[in-house]
Structure formats: C-alpha cells, structure tokens
Design a protein around this ligand. Structure first.
Ligand code: AQP
Length: 332
C-alpha cells in the first residue's frame, strides 16, 4: 500500500493557488483508490517560521481544517491532523538537523525569498524549515507528496536527507517522490504574474482567497495585469498575465491549456476575464457553502482532529523509536 502525505500552512487565508496546486490534488488522489494511506496535516509549526499573531493562528488552524473538509477531504479515507499535536515531527526534525549542512539550507530559494521580504530579524526556524518538512514526510515513510512546484526543491532535500540517513545508519526511510501537476502547479499573482500567488502577499488584489465572495473575485480578476497585445495566447515568457488567466480557467473547467486557448481564440480580454471569474466562482461557491456549515460544528472538527492525531501519533511513534535506536539516543 502506498502512503501519500502533504500539508498546508495555516499562515493566512488559503488561496486559489493552494487549492489548484495542492488541495484539489489531495482530493483527487483520495478519490482515485481505496488502497492507500493518506495523511494531510495542518502545518502550524511551519507557519511560525515567520511572525504570527497567536489568536489569528489558532483561528486559521480551525479554518484550514474546515476548508480541508469543505474541499472534499473525507476523514473516513484521509487522516487529518495538526502537525504540532504529533510531537514526533519536532523530534525527527531535530535529529535530521544533525545531518543537514548549513550551506545547503542557505541555498534554498524559499528561504532567500522569505528572508528578503522580512523587515525584522529572520528566525533560524525559517532556515531549518526544509528539515522539518523532511521530517514530516519521512516520519510516515511516505511514497508520494503532492505539492505545488515551489516545494520541489524542499522535496529534493527530503530525498537527500533520507538517503544520507540510510547510508549512515542503514536502511530506514523510503525515498519520497513529489507529485506535481502539469498545469496549476504554480498559479501566479494577479498583479505581478512573474511571482507566485501567495497567502501572505501584502497586496490583497494580487490573490484570490478561497472565501472571497463573487463580487470581490470579479473585481480582482478585472484588475488582473495583462498586456496591450489584445490576443489570447498561452506564452508564459511574453504574456505572463494572460497565460496565468488561461491556466486558472483551464484548471477550474478541467480543460487542457490548448482547449482553453481554442475556446478564447476570437475573444477579447474583457470576455476572458469575465469567463475566468465565472469559472472560479463555479469552483469556489460550493466549497464556501460547505465551509460555512462545517465551521460552526466544533464537535465535528474536534472529532476529526482527535482521530487524526491518534492515528498519526501511532505511526510516528513507531518510526521515531526506530530512528532513535539507530542513532544511539536514549538509554542502554
Ligand atoms: N501559487 C500557487 N500555485 C500552486 N500551488 C501553490 N502552493 C502554494 N502557492 C501556490 C502549494 O500549496 C501548498 C501549501 O502551501 P503552504 O501553505 O505550505 O506554503 P507556501 O507554498 O509558502 O504557500 P503560500 O500560499 O505562498 O503561503 P505563504 O504566503 O504563507 O508563504 C504547497 O504544496 C504549495 O506548493
């Protein structure tokens, strides 16, 4: 049986990028077979690598759980849990740090990007983020990790650390593979389509949030940066704004980029933007309706997370005991 694991940070309201690049993939994988172990977590420890307000963070953890469920994750098929509630993540993260070189962490693109954005002191946890991510994955002997393209480098690091540990201490971890979608793996900012769409973007209109209402979605798409060519064609280098809108449309409508291009071949930018908005609303409206029902049901959310914590802790504790024994930690 294959194990599939992934997580999302509760570092703000989820974006259309998080949904199209990651969560929609989780749901499709979940519904594709019964013969698999699926684990999806709320990556709260990763969220605190940059400053977070405690009250807002706790609210975001609940909101992300409700969104996972609203997007279609089924707790009868998938284990849903909060990362910090399974203490073995931090434990294995620390042990793996002893095998990680500072130089390789300093070369990580996400570290460099996030460091550049921060005005106050940069935490050492931001530097060691990929090691904790490796621990998240290796703890469960994951075969596959569905992620957006921005996480590819971190996945490579997890593979390297697994190989390094296995060669130093004997075969212990499986070498995980990333699952990255051909289209939708990197949805770009609406205001700067050369940059990834992000939860933490300071410019609100750069991002479609999963709970944005219809009017806001239409306004944000209407103000999306395009170009002055006037023709609709997928060409990331020369027409990044239009290419991003075509990608969003094709993902929301379940079409290939070619089919989306064909659909808009005689259309103008106004029509494109209006139909892209329709396609997003069609996907997000049912998620928003389910989210609003689930969010008020604290008992249900707690039950899902309690069950998830128990199952994840059981798997994780077996692995951490094995790892500690191999490394020589603990009592004789
Ligand atoms: N723009 C995106 N397009 C496609 N996939 C994306 N992902 C993130 N942004 C896009 C994927 O969503 C998953 C969860 O991401 P995360 O919350 O763990 O962290 P992130 O990649 O740092 O996401 P954000 O939205 O940019 O958050 P902030 O602003 O807090 O850093 C991952 O699989 C990611 O690839």
């Amino acid at each position: 049986m294959k194990t599939i694991l992934s997580g999302v940070q509760p570092s703000g309201m989820l974006t259309l990028g998080n949904y199209l690049g990651a969560i929609s993939q989780f749901v499709n994988l979940q519904n594709s077979s019964d013969d698999q172990e699926l684990l999806f977590f709320i990556a709260d420890l990763h969220a605190i690598t940059v400053p977070q307000d405690a009250t807002i963070l706790r609210k975001n953890i609940k909101s992300l759980t409700a969104l996972y469920l609203a997007c279609g994750l089924d707790p009868n098929k998938s284990t849903i849990f909060v990362q910090s509630e399974v203490k073995e993540h931090s434990e294995l993260g620390y042990i793996l740090q002893s095998l990680t070189y500072i130089g390789e962490l300093e070369r990580m693109t996400q570290f460099k990007d996030k460091m550049a954005k921060q005005t106050q002191g940069v935490s050492s946890a931001l530097l060691t983020y990929p090691v904790l991510m490796a621990a998240d994955i290796l703890l469960y002997n994951s075969d596959y990790v569905p992620v957006g393209v921005d996480q590819k480098q971190h996945l490579e690091m997890a593979r390297n650390l697994a190989e390094r540990f296995n060669s130093r201490y004997s075969d212990t971890f499986k070498i995980p593979e990333p699952l990255i979608l051909k289209s939708g793996a990197k949805i770009m900012s609406l205001q700067d389509p050369t940059k990834k769409m992000s939860k933490s973007d300071k410019l609100d209109k750069a991002t479609i949030f999963l709970l944005d209402d219809e009017n806001i979605i239409r306004k944000k798409i209407a103000s999306a940066v395009t170009d002055s060519d006037g023709f609709i064609k997928y060409d990331v280098d020369n027409k990044p704004g239009i290419s991003n809108l075509l990608t969003i449309y094709s993902c929301c409508m379940n079409l290939s980029i070619k089919e989306a291009e064909e659909h808009f071949k005689d259309a103008n930018y106004g029509t494109l933007k209006s139909e892209v908005s329709d396609s997003i609303i069609k996907v997000l409206k049912p998620i928003q309706d389910r989210y609003n029902e689930i969010l008020n049901n604290n008992d249900y959310i707690n039950k899902v997370l309690d069950t998830g914590k128990e199952k994840a802790s059981y798997i994780a504790s077996k692995m951490i005991n094995k790892v500690k024994h191999k490394v020589g930690l603990g009592r004789f």
